[in-house]
Design a protein around this ligand. Sequence first.
Ligand SMILES: CC(C)(COP(=O)(O)OP(=O)(O)OC[C@H]1O[C@@H](n2cnc3c(N)ncnc32)[C@H](O)[C@@H]1OP(=O)(O)O)[C@@H](O)C(=O)NCCC(=O)NCCSC(=O)C[C@H](O)C(=O)O
Ligand code: MG
Length: 292
Amino acid sequence: MSIRPRRSVLYMPGSNARALEKARTLPADAVILDLEDAVAPDAKVEARARILETVKAGGFGPREVVIRVNGLDTLWGSDDVAAAAAAAPDAILLPKVQDPEQLIVVGRRLDALGVPASTRVWAMIETPIAILDIRAVAQAATDPLTRLAVFVLGTNDLAKETRAALIPGRAPMYPWLMQVVAAGHAFGIDVLDGVWNQFLDMEGFKAECAQGVEMGMDGKTLIHPSQIEPCNVAFSPPETEVAKARSIIAAFDLPENASKGVIQLDGRMVERMHADMAQRTVALADAIAARG
Ligand SMILES: CC(C)(COP(=O)(O)OP(=O)(O)OC[C@H]1O[C@@H](n2cnc3c(N)ncnc32)[C@H](O)[C@@H]1OP(=O)(O)O)[C@@H](O)C(=O)NCCC(=O)NCCSC(=O)C[C@H](O)C(=O)O
Ligand SMILES: [Mg+2]
């Protein structure tokens, strides 16, 4: 089993040269070079050129490099996709995806531009329609044309569009977030949690990371470098969990358990499905360790 860790995914405004410089050194699993909400309209064209140059220069090591373009219904979207295609990043992040057709249109465009299949598409889930139609959007991943690999929750836009409050604990949004996790994982799509805006409130941030882990998120999107380390810790399986996972795998590998579907281990019922989960935990821990 091979897993790509996507614990910490940091947004960097394309208009902020100083921030972009840090993309090659910060310990984030991925960076999103942003052309959308973090960049003012007057700065978008210059930011696009800067991002293109940054991505083409390479040197990001194990970090995934993602370009967030403006929507295709904006003045900049089409040129953003063309520029991102020329840079061939690891992924292009499309804002406000709510209809599989949006993914098909972009997939066709990337194919027509000869963009290698290694450039995937990530989709922001941040509108009420996307939440209501999430199964159809997730199912688009079964069509390789769409290149769909990751859902990114946009909780700020969701709050804006639904008028739900963004509060600690996120009670108003909980069902929507879980719908996205369920739909994403049903179709092999990683799901990244939304951002924590109060970047000086580290305790609140850690609590939201822990909640994301409990919900089954694969990682969290971030706005400030100070959030990377605690996020990496939160989304890494703890050593005790990895040790337990290894012992479950070892137990099922014993000859006397070869034909058993269920065994007891340290007073707990363990089934083959738990061994599958254990394999995933170990694969994730190994992939994280391989990063150093
Ligand atoms: C939030 C910020 C505006 C804060 O900026 P600032 O006050 O300048 O921060 P600091 O002085 O604490 O910065 C310290 C150093 O860290 C660098 N820095 C800061 N942020 C980043 C970053 N994101 N990436 C890389 N480096 C960063 C500064 O350059 C300082 O460096 P140095 O000068 O060497 O000391 C700012 O953090 C920021 O702009 N964050 C990103 C905001 C953003 O991208 N927003 C859009 C994405 S969120 C979104 O749209 C979610 C979604 O769509 C939704 O709907 O929810
Ligand atoms: Mg948004």
